[in-house]
Design a protein around this ligand. Sequence first.
Ligand SMILES: [Zn+2]
Length: 350
Amino acid sequence: MTMDNNNNNSSIQDSNKNEIGGQGDGGDDGGLPLVQCVARARIPTTQGPDIFLHLYSNNRDNKEHLAIVFGEDIRSRSLFRWRPQETQQDRMIRGAYIGKLYPGRTVADEDDRLGLALEFDDTTGELLASKATTWDVRNRTLVRIHSECYTGENAWSARCDCGEQFDRAGRLIACDHEVASGIKGGSGHGVIVYLRQEGRGIGLGEKLKAYNLQDLGADTVQANLMLKHPVDARDFSLGKAILLDLGIGNIRLLTNNPEKIKQVDHAPLLKCVERVPMVPIHWTNSNEGIDSKEIEGYLRTKIERMGHLLTEPLKLHTNVQSTEANQTQTQTQTQKQMNAALSSTSTLAI
Ligand SMILES: [Zn+2]
């Protein structure tokens, strides 16, 4: 799964210099990592629209970060840029084609069945994005920047709402309008950037240890601190670089986390023009979504300790008394350790 080839990374640096400079910032990347889309493929889904899965490499780590793209016309500039000596077949194999592939197709840059053709700068090989073929950088695009969560996405975990949020983001991007929430959807255009930073960046092994500490009475913030990890070690700079590479300039960000909005905004190139809330499904429909003691505590910690913007539904909840009762219990050894860990940390702000 990993790409540890040094030559690979150095070629990313070289070929991406033009890319980020090409976004109009005069070559100053603002400290963003350099990213390159390695391959793109159409994935038919059970949810309705096809998605285009983009796999990225970068110059910061060896992980395979992804972009799940709704809309064939949202184009990675690094993927579509012409490379020396490549053939049309090479371009189709790595996914740098317009329209739809079909048996016998020979030209990547033109789809004669759909009457679409891409244009490129003869000198640099850069894609010339025209409105007829490519999503406009000024469009307000529905985006989720999602951090990998093996347990929530693959192990049916009811400790967190990551799996639910991931599914919901896809449904919102696909639809015109979500009736239950009144949220305007993406009408089939949008991006889920999928960053490989498990457990808020601490990795799966450490996350499992944190879960055991939570079973011993810690909340998600305390558990990380007891394991000598930051409350939140995630870094969204790769997400920003990937969105810029996809030609996205204005985003409607699906998040409850105000800190994420600040971290993702990269004006003037990438602007968060709207925050679209992700209220847990179970809070608006008690027959659906995740219902567990663990997720109540997890969401409460997100709101009370991490500043997530979900105050109204919390007031509707009924377990406030039980939380207060817990606080009056005699301190256990674990709780004393938690307090020690917390007092040794100057700030909980993330
Ligand atoms: Zn999770």
